[in-house]
Write a protein that binds this ligand. Structure first.
Ligand SMILES: Cc1cc2nc3c(=O)[nH]c(=O)nc-3n(C[C@H](O)[C@H](O)[C@H](O)COP(=O)(O)O)c2cc1C
Length: 453
């Protein structure tokens, strides 16, 4: 069995309560940092651990913390990003629901390191029941003296609030989140300035993902050096993966960084293989925003090396033959998946969720959805395929926030790897109008598909 850190005590009855959580060693990191470490010592441990942000971009957490403006006289804030709206990603919900105190302990230790006296957890509107779980756990932590004034008799005080969003994907983007937290419409801000300089209420702020923050107490307890020994290269520690799609065992898994993708998909410890013995066709490895991989690039890179669950290995080959670890939303697709329909579904999502601030994203996502809709429904033109690539290129890199890139990459990569499937839809409109149509990948030949359809 692989090593577990975040989910080690998952199956202990009552682990959601403060009493059981403490029996399992919970809140020891709070005692340790408040009584024996300076805030800078904590940041140093996080730096040593190599922990990278688990929200998608993988930015080193300790480095982000060290950017916080310490000269500012304004209050500093830690904001936990629990928006988790990326299709295919549901690991933060799992952690908050099952072991809520792990996030609260992480918030206390991280807030101490940053010198924050007020911190927030911003949770998506659809997670209303998780909000109740968190509120209960926070009340327990106040009661036990882990939150509030003079925590554990020290001179450190912290107030922790949970704020619920209204169900907008864009509010997961850190600056849109801060706008929303301030009570405004969740439109992303131009950067710079970055939140570490001017974030919540124009004050120094760090925004981190749930999983990133929950890892911090473990790093403090085991030391940064020990944490850094787990994993491969610059991908250290463990990672929660939300696995879904055509697999035998969908769910949330904690893996050690460096696990081969093949083992993750086929081993009984994890996904347990493809459902009904079907053939693997495609993978979205890190949430819907990352490039899709075709069968031949899933378990091996373009060089023939084993593809590993690390930031580096998954992105090996760049966007030509690689993808990203992203938020760890691992969506497995078998041979019955129509890539055109899948791509159209994603385009619809991004069009709906674009905040509309930037023209390339507002207009481009709408056009991509429209063009994909007509291809999928047998009304496409051959030139539509290149038109989609062209629109994606015009969105990428031309927007205030990365939602534009997130909308462009899945579409551009689907056409790169499955172009024949798009062209087939244009050539054989009658066949694709049948809702049961499906294709094999890698697309071997039109003849083969024609025989299947
Ligand atoms: C459109 C969009 C949605 C995002 N949604 C989330 C989210 O739900 N949760 C999250 O942690 N990060 C999300 N991010 C990334 C955040 O902007 C930010 O990078 C992250 O919260 C930083 O935390 P980390 O360094 O711990 O990963 C999103 C980014 C974009 C562009």
């Amino acid at each position: 069995m692989a090593r577990k850190i975040l989910l080690e005590h998952l199956n202990v009855p009552g682990i959601e309560t403060l009493e059981v959580f403490r029996k399992m060693g919970g809140y020891q990191a709070v005692e340790k940092v408040l009584k024996t470490m300076s805030p800078d010592d904590v940041t140093e441990e996080v730096k040593k651990s190599g922990l990278r942000g688990r929200g998608g971009a993988g930015f080193p957490a300790g480095m982000k913390w060290s950017f916080i403006d310490k000269k500012s006289e304004k209050p500093r804030y830690l904001v936990c990003n629990a928006d988790e709206s990326e299709p295919g990603t549901f690991k933060d919900r799992y952690l908050m629901e099952k072991i809520p105190h792990s996030l609260i302990e992480g918030m206390i230790v991280s807030s101490y390191a940053l010198g924050a006296k007020t911190s927030y957890i911003y949770i998506r509107g659809e997670y209303f029941y998780v909000l109740r779980i968190l509120e209960k756990a926070i009340a327990e932590a106040y009661e036990a003296g882990f939150l509030g004034k003079n925590i554990l008799g020290t001179d450190y005080s912290l107030d922790l609030h949970v704020q619920i969003g209204a169900g907008a994907y864009i509010c997961g983007e850190e600056t849109a989140l801060l706008e929303s937290l301030e009570g405004k419409r969740g439109n992303p801000r131009m950067k710079p300035p970055f939140p570490a300089i001017s974030g919540l209420y124009a004050s120094p702020t760090v925004v981190n993902n749930v999983e990133t923050i929950a890892a911090v107490p473990h790093i403090v307890n085991m030391t940064g050096d020990e944490y850094a020994k787990i994993g491969v290269g610059r991908s250290t520690g463990t990672k929660l993966i939300s696995a879904s799609g055509h697999i035998n065992k969908p769910g949330v898994y904690e893996i050690e960084m460096g696990l081969p993708v093949e083992e993750f998909i086929y081993s009984d410890e994890y996904c347990g293989g493809i459902k009904n013995g079907k053939r693997l066709k495609a993978l979205i490895a890190g949430g819907s925003s990352v490039p899709i991989l075709p069968e031949h690039l899933i378990t091996k890179t373009a060089n023939g090396d084993a593809r590993l669950m690390t930031y580096e290995s998954l992105s090996d080959g760049g966007f030509v033959s690689g993808t990203m670890l992203g938020s760890g939303g691992f969506i497995v697709m078998d041979e019955t998946t129509c890539i055109v329909r899948n791509t159209w579904t994603l385009a619809r999502f991004y069009h709906h969720e674009s905040c509309g601030q930037c023209s390339p994203c507002r207009e481009g996502t709408g056009w991509m959805e429209k063009v994909l809709h007509r291809i999928e429904n047998g009304h496409g033109k051959m030139s539509d395929v290149d038109l989609l690539v062209d629109i994606a290129k015009k969105i990428e890199g031309n927007t205030i926030c990365p939602l534009g890139d997130a909308a462009a990459w899945p579409i551009a990569s689907a056409i790169r790897h499955f172009r024949e499937e798009f062209e087939y839809h244009v050539k054989y409109p009658e066949k694709v109008k049948d809702p049961k149509h499906f294709f094999y990948a890698p697309f071997v030949s039109e003849k083969m598909n024609a025989s299947i359809a």
